[in-house]
Design a protein around this ligand. Structure first.
Ligand code: ASP
Ligand code: MG
Length: 416
């Protein structure tokens, strides 16, 4: 059994959907296909959620954009056969939700609406495949992927999920399943999500539980690259990576795979392929268990929109473990992620990743204890397998706010 995951770019229009179906048709064994929302639909739904929560009438305009985008794809795929009932009922369900008043919990409302991106995209692909002769079963993954109720960043209940997933994906009656990435549900069946770009993680969860032979993530790039080609020249594709290297890269901000994807696969030694849906016969990159050292080129990862805060105790006392504990817990409570930490006697420097955070409020909470300085719009550059040459060049090119080196990794915080 294999798991394939297709992201938004791979199903952004009708031709892309047909291309995905061709890739699926080449696989003749048992297969689970995990799909994200089409194109940039998740971003569009985020604007819809905001309008809904603010009780702004613009929500209907955005809802129509959501519908029209999919209807165009549906019309091209199903031609004169019209919109399948399964899909129009998804639209009606979302419409009904939008007619009701929102609760006071933004994150809860977010998950109840954002899930329609994945529900509709999987329904379209599944129905189109059944219509064009590739028989498959559509699964609502929320019935088996169980989580806690931390909306927008839910934690998987592995034990329960394992039981339900094993029960749901029965390959003796079906060879091919289509299901959603990114979404799950609580014990009381309320929709949750695993965090933006979480579909890769869903593929890994299913792969782990069902002991997949491999998991493949199909992308618009030829594999894992040594840097983002939009930001740097001379990038090379990496053929093989260890799970560990992949975790380091993605956790530092490489957007090619969600950082949580590796652990479930590593635990069962399931190889992860990153392949191009544009040239599906090319080998791509494989991430697997490697027990020897491999020579890697310097790998550049840029994480943008970082904020540097420097906290100094007002009474001039040293930074203590209690300070670190207090600040870190406070940030976690406010869903602010710490990407790098560095301290001196009386300065605690934290690089933070939270594009949506309310900084004014965060600073006002910290200011009774610390004098707070901060810089916004910074980029954290991580260089794995750095060389002296690369570092010299970097230092000449950029204004560096903070620097940290370990044996294999150099990190530099620079102005965006
Ligand atoms: N559709 C979701 C997002 O854009 C999940 C995913 O693509 O993995 O964040
Ligand atoms: Mg996506």
């Amino acid at each position: 059994m294999k798991v394939y995951k297709f992201g938004g770019a791979s199903v952004k229009d009708a031709d892309s959907v047909k291309n995905v179906v061709q890739i699926i048709n080449k696989e003749t064994g048992n297969l689970i296909v995990v799909i994200s929302a089409m194109g940039k639909i998740t971003n569009l739904l985020e604007t819809l959620i905001k309008a809904y929560f603010e009780k702004n009438a613009r929500k209907w305009e955005i809802f129509n954009q959501f519908k029209d985008y999919h209807l165009e794809i549906i019309n091209q795929l199903f031609e004169e056969n019209g919109v399948p009932e399964t899909i129009s009922s998804q639209f009606s369900e979302l419409e009904m939700k939008l007619k009701k008043a929102p609760s006071f919990d933004y994150n809860y409302e977010y998950d109840q609406i954002i899930c329609f991106g994945e529900l509709v995209s999987t329904q379209i692909v599944s129905d189109y495949m059944n219509f064009s002769g590739t028989l498959n079963q559509w699964i609502d993954v929320r019935n088996c992927l169980k989580t806690d109720d931390l909306y927008r960043d839910a934690t998987v209940d592995w034990e329960w999920t394992e039981e339900l997933v094993t029960e749901t994906f029965q390959f003796d009656s079906n060879r091919l399943f289509v299901t959603q990435g990114f979404i799950g549900s609580t014990t009381t069946n309320l929709t949750t999500t695993l965090g933006r770009e979480g579909s890769d993680f869903t593929a890994a969860i299913l792969g782990n539980i069902l002991n997949a032979e491999s998991v493949s993530i199909w992308k618009d790039v030829p594999g894992v690259l040594s840097a983002d080609p939009k930001k740097m020249d001379g990038t090379v594709k990496i053929d093989v990576l260890s799970y560990r290297e992949a975790v380091e890269m993605t956790h530092s901000g490489a957007q090619v795979i969600h950082p949580k994807t590796m652990k479930p696969l590593h635990n069962k030694e399931i190889p992860l392929y990153v392949k191009s849906f544009v040239s599906p016969d090319d080998p791509g990159t494989v991430i697997r268990n490697i027990d020897h050292k491999i020579q890697l080129p310097p790998i550049f990862i840029m994480k943008e929109n970082q904020v540097l805060i420097t906290l100094s105790p007002k009474d001039f006392s040293f930074i203590s473990i209690e300070d670190i504990d207090r600040v870190v817990n406070f940030l976690i409570e406010n869903r602010v992620k710490i990407t790098l930490m560095q301290q001196s006697a009386i300065d605690l420097n934290l690089v933070l990743d939270a594009p949506e955070a309310d900084w004014e409020e965060i600073f006002s909470e910290l200011s009774p204890y610390y004098s707070v300085r901060y810089n916004t719009n910074l980029t954290l550059i991580t260089i794995r397998h750095y060389t002296e040459e690369v570092l010299d060049w970097m230092v000449k090119e950029k204004d560096i706010y903070l620097e940290q080196h370990s044996r294999l990794t150099a990190r530099m915080l620079v102005k965006q």
